[in-house]
Design a binder for this molecule. Structure first.
Ligand code: ATP
Length: 344
């Protein structure tokens, strides 16, 4: 039980913003809706919130339809990128706003405020003017404000989008931890796969108004369902190939050579080579010459771009490996059974 979105379609004039969108969010689960700009993420949230009426399809909460239920009666919370704290109110009044609107008593508001300000690490900030807070602190006030009325589900739309990278990474971990501590059911909308992977139990990947893949971050990264998903997740090593079924397996011809994979494929395919699959020696089953174009240090790993038969392939290695000099050619190898995935 929890949220169920069933076959929701919504268009604006000629634009089909959502097409047959279905997915579920269980109680206490954090689901990230991930996709490029314009894929329909905000429209989806608006439909769930009741701010937009779908052309067809139904949104359910705990098995009951929300059709005809006004936004303020759905019990969902929203937190946006431009979280718009009330500038003329202090922290207490900002966070208490929704509770006062709900006509909660003064004492109950005080108790709830202590709880949520504790939760976001802002106890003692009650009287502070919100204009004097740092970006991260303002964000935590916004989070406290949206959690204060105990929403059945919280929807966060690019909540960290306006912050710089370092702050974003820190707040992201904090945010995930806070949501989990209160077992908050949540939908987290973002176009950033790292953000989605860091915070979510499951991701729903969208493209052009449609859900193109759903699963845990580990599962979708391990098995992207299409070329679009692979590219979107930063898996760029895509090679054209020709597949021929052969005795229960498939032989695939590519510019890197021919190799056999499990499964049945036929005709033109795209082969994904996983970035962490290459070895800087000849011990893998498939060997090929590669010229190092560039490399960059990323902390524990380094990323190296090679040219192989006119194709650019990017591989990641532990930082302590000995890469060839830039412009030099070396032999790389990998084992197709673990390195390769066939996309159609
Ligand atoms: P972004 O990440 O850039 O916010 P998004 O994934 O949230 O994008 P939406 O804002 O849901 O995408 O928009 C989906 C499509 O619907 C876009 O083509 C957009 O132009 C269109 N659209 C959204 N709202 C309206 C509207 N009120 N009127 C007309 N077209 C709209």
């Amino acid at each position: 039980m929890g949220l169920r979105v069933e076959q929701v379609t919504k268009s604006f004039g000629e634009t089909l913003a959502l097409e047959d969108v279905s997915f579920e969010v269980s109680h206490g689960e954090i689901v990230a809706v991930l996709g490029p700009s314009g894929c329909g993420k905000s429209t989806l949230l608006a439909v769930i919130a009741g701010l937009e009426i779908p052309d067809s399809g139904i949104v359910y909460w705990n098995g009951e339809t929300l059709q005809g239920v006004a936004p303020h009666l759905r019990g969902f919370g929203l937190m946006f990128q431009d979280y718009a704290l009330f500038p003329h109110m202090n922290v207490f009044d900002n966070v208490a706003f929704g509770l006062r609107m709900a006509k909660m008593s003064g004492q109950a508001i005080k108790t709830r405020l202590e709880e949520v300000l504790d939760l976001v690490g802002l106890r003692g900030f009650e009287e502070r003017d919100v204009n004097t807070l740092s970006g991260g602190e303002q964000q935590r006030v916004a989070l406290a404000r949206s959690l204060a009325p105990r929403p059945k589900m919280l929807m966060l739309d690019e909540p960290l989008g306006s912050l710089d990278r370092t702050l974003r990474e820190r707040l992201l971990l904090e945010l995930g931890e806070i949501l989990r501590r209160v077992d908050q059911t949540a939908i987290y909308v973002t176009h950033d796969q790292e953000e989605a992977f860091a915070v979510a139990d499951r991701v729903v990947i969208m493209n052009e108004g449609k859900v193109v893949q759903t699963g845990t971050p580990q599962a979708v990264y391990a098995q992207p369902a299409s070329i679009f998903v692979a590219r979107f997740l930063g898996l760029e090593n895509l090679l054209p190939g020709t597949a021929r079924p052969e005795g229960g397996r498939t032989t695939i011809e590519t510019d890197l050579g021919a190799f056999s994979v499990s499964g049945q494929f036929e005709g033109d395919v795209t082969v994904l080579i996983r970035p962490n699959s290459a070895r800087l020696d000849e011990k893998g089953k498939l060997k090929f010459e590669a010229r190092l174009l560039e490399h960059s240090f990323r902390g524990t790993i380094c990323r190296a771009v090679f040219e192989v038969n006119g194709t650019r392939l990017t591989f990641e290695f532990l930082s302590d490996v000995d890469l060839p000099e830039q412009g030099h050619t070396t032999v790389l190898s990998f084992d197709p059974s673990t390195a390769i995935q066939v996309l159609q």
